[in-house]
Every structure is written in structure tokens, then in C-alpha cells.
Ligand binder design. Structure first.
Ligand code: GGG
Length: 360
């Protein structure tokens, strides 16, 4: 978002720590965010919401209309991770992801899923020559094949038929493409449309024409087109070529996992689910899940949650606070990179403490 003068404004945050390691990493993100906001003299209130698999087991609520309405009133949502332990057969598979996480993204019209992919000091990529990577994937968040536009007939028979129709609207494509061009303008001025328009000709045509129209309005941005299969190769062989990638919901889902892998892991991957028109709060969360296998042990890395907090500040126009926070993370990662043991053996809270100490 554009920079704002935060004096006299109180930011009203909702926090959903969730399940597993969610509460552990969010506790660190929250105290670091509070410190950054304090030193910028920005007032903030935090309202914690108990939601997730544990909450569902306790109360039967996945996400009620009443909770959704309360969430709508906040400026932004900081989200940890949700999901049941797969061993726990009491929680139906996918219930929490569908009825909480996807419901939030659809109900709050999170049309833009933002996932920066970058290397940090000391993070080893699995790629030859450890290249420096810094691109952002702008994934459409409310359309494509994820809308539940399908059905099944003759289920269980040899002639079963299932459809899952991808939905692409001019409005939906236009707003994500506009966001991506605006980001490219603020970055290195390059945009890549990723699709598969040689096969998915109808949706591909809409995406391509939309990008062409937007390009005419953003002459400072140069753009190219890449088939999604080619994009996976380039992301591994030459990721430095990308600046902003814009793509649909499904391709974006897959590409952002690949992007997290090539940049050195999911432990640092942050994301924002953004309401483009500002009609409901945007939500910021680490890409990682609830990791029930390591929950409660204080060994999870809170960095992705902290960096998601930085994205939240950036989105709210608190640009200086966001870059101070990012710089603190960089400085601490660089310091660990110089130490023989690095951050090995440090608890979640010790890692948070270390980043906090870099805020100066
Ligand atoms: N922060 C992302 C998130 O919570 N995603 C849901 C998810 O992946 N759940 C499955 C899991 O926690 O393993």
C-alpha cells in the first residue's frame, strides 16, 4: 500500500494463532510487531480469535457468521496456521482448510495472494551456484478451479463423471493483473504472465488480453509470457530472471511451493491474502502449516510469521516500520550465517528474541 502518516491512527489487528506451531510462531511475530509499532509511535490493538482444529473439537465452530462479522471490523488479520494432526481421526480431513481458511479467503474477497520468493543471507538454496533470488508471485485468490464449480454423477460406478470447472471473470483477472503491474512498477519493472494458453485457450485468451490492456497503461513495465511448464524449468534453472509473476489460482498454488523450495525452504516463506478494493481486511500468514509433529516443542522457526507481519505493515502503508522489521530479520539471518552453529538449537522464543534485538 501507499505510505501513510500513522500518527493519531490506531490500527486494530485480529490475530488467529490457530493450531500446532501456529500459536508459537505468532507469539514471536506479535511481540516483534508490537516493538516495531511502539518505536514508530503507532498505536495498535490486538484481538485474539480462537479458531482452528482444536477450537472446532472444543466448540463445533469452524467459522461462524458472527465471528466472520467481527473479523470484518479489523484493519488486518495476522494468521498462524491451522490444520489437525493427520493422526487425529476425529477431525474430518480438509474440514478446517475448507470451512475456515478457504471460507475466510472467499468471504473476505482475498482476490490477491501475494507470495514473495527471495533468498536471505545464510539460506542455502538447492540450486547450483546458490543464486540470489528476489521475485514475487501474485496469484489470483478467489477464482480458477478452486471455486467449487463442479459436480459428480454416477458416483461409484464405472461411468462416474466428475467436473471441476475453472472460473475466470474479466473483473477478477483485471484486478489481479492491475495489482501485479503496480507492484512491478514499484520493483524492477518486469512482469511475467504464467498460464497455459495454448491448451487452456478460453481462460488463457482472457488473461492474455487483460495483460496486454494493462501493459498499455504501464509503459514503464516490460512483460513477457511463459507457459506454466516452462516456468517451472526457468524457476529452477534461472530464477533470477523473474521480478513479478502473475498467474491464476491453481498455477499460483503450485508455483509458489516451488518458489519456496528454490529459495531455501518454507521456514522463511511469508504470504498475504489481499482484498484489492479494501472492502474487508487482508490477512497475512506464513506459508507453512501447523506442523503437528513439532508442535509444543518450541523448535519452530518464527521467521516466516515475522516476515508475514512485515508484509502486513507494508500493506497498511506503514512502510518505514515494515522495512525496519525486514532489515532486522536480514541482519539477524546474516549474523547467524557468520556463526558456526547459526540458529541451530535455538528455541522459537530465542529466535524471536534475536530478531527483536536487531531492531535497535
Ligand atoms: N499458514 C497456512 C496454513 O495454515 N495452511 C493450512 C494448512 O496447510 N493446513 C495443513 C497443515 O497444517 O498441515
Amino acid at each position: 500500500g501507499a505510505s501513510v502518516d500513522p500518527s493519531g491512527t490506531t490500527f486494530d489487528f485480529a490475530v488467529i494463532p490457530g493450531d500446532g506451531i501456529g500459536p508459537e510462531v505468532i507469539a514471536e511475530a506479535r511481540r516483534i510487531l508490537q516493538a516495531v509499532l511502539d518505536s514508530a509511535s503507532v498505536e495498535a490493538t490486538w484481538t485474539e480469535y480462537s479458531l482452528g482444529a482444536s477450537h472446532w473439537k472444543d466448540t463445533g465452530e469452524t467459522l461462524s457468521e458472527e465471528t466472520l462479522e467481527r473479523l470484518r471490523g479489523h484493519d488486518a488479520i495476522l494468521f498462524g496456521a491451522v490444520g489437525a494432526d493427520p493422526q487425529d481421526t476425529r477431525v474430518p480431513s480438509g474440514l478446517i482448510e475448507r470451512e475456515l481458511l478457504l471460507k475466510l479467503r472467499f468471504s473476505l474477497d482475498h482476490s490477491i495472494n501475494l507470495r514473495p520468493a527471495r533468498t536471505y543471507p545464510g539460506t542455502a538454496t538447492p540450486l547450483a551456484g546458490d543464486p540470489e533470488i528476489d521475485f514475487v508471485v501474485v496469484r489470483e485468490g478467489t477464482e480458477g478451479p478452486y471455486v467449487g464449480n463442479g459436480g459428480t454423477i454416477r458416483r461409484g460406478t464405472a461411468h462416474e463423471l466428475a467436473t471441476e470447472v475453472s472460473l475466470n471473470t474479466a473483473h477478477g483477472v483485471r484486478r489481479v493483473v492491475a495489482d501485479a503491474f503496480a507492484r512491478a512498477e514499484r520493483r524492477r519493472g518486469r512482469l511475467t504472465l504464467v498460464h497455459k494458453h495454448n491448451v487452456l485457450t478460453h481462460a488463457g485468451d482472457l488473461w492474455r488480453r487483460t495483460v496486454e490492456a494493462a501493459a498499455a497503461e504501464h509503459p514503464a513495465v516490460s512483460w513477457d509470457y511463459m507457459h506454466v511448464d516452462a516456468a517451472t524449468i526457468h524457476m529452477v534453472q534461472d530464477p533470477g530472471r523473474f521480478d513479478v509473476i502473475v498467474t491464476d489460482n491453481l498455477f499460483g498454488d503450485i508455483l509458489t511451493d516451488l518458489a519456496a523450495a528454490v529459495t531455501g525452504g518454507i521456514g522463511l516463506a511469508a504470504s498475504g491474502s489481499i482484498n484489492a478494493e479494501g472492502t474487508a481486511p487482508s490477512m497475512f500468514e506464513p506459508v507453512h502449516g501447523s506442523a503437528p509433529d513439532i508442535a509444543g516443542q518450541q523448535i519452530a522457526d518464527p521467521t516466516a510469521a515475522v516476515l508475514s507481519g512485515a508484509l502486513m505493515l507494508q500493506h497498511l502503508g506503514l512502510t518505514e516500520a515494515a522495512s525496519r522489521l525486514e532489515q532486522a530479520v536480514h541482519a539477524q539471518l546474516a549474523a547467524w550465517a557468520e556463526e558456526p552453529e547459526g540458529s541451530r538449537g535455538l528455541s522459537t522464543a530465542q529466535r524471536g528474541e534475536a530478531i527483536l534485538s536487531r531492531l535497535g
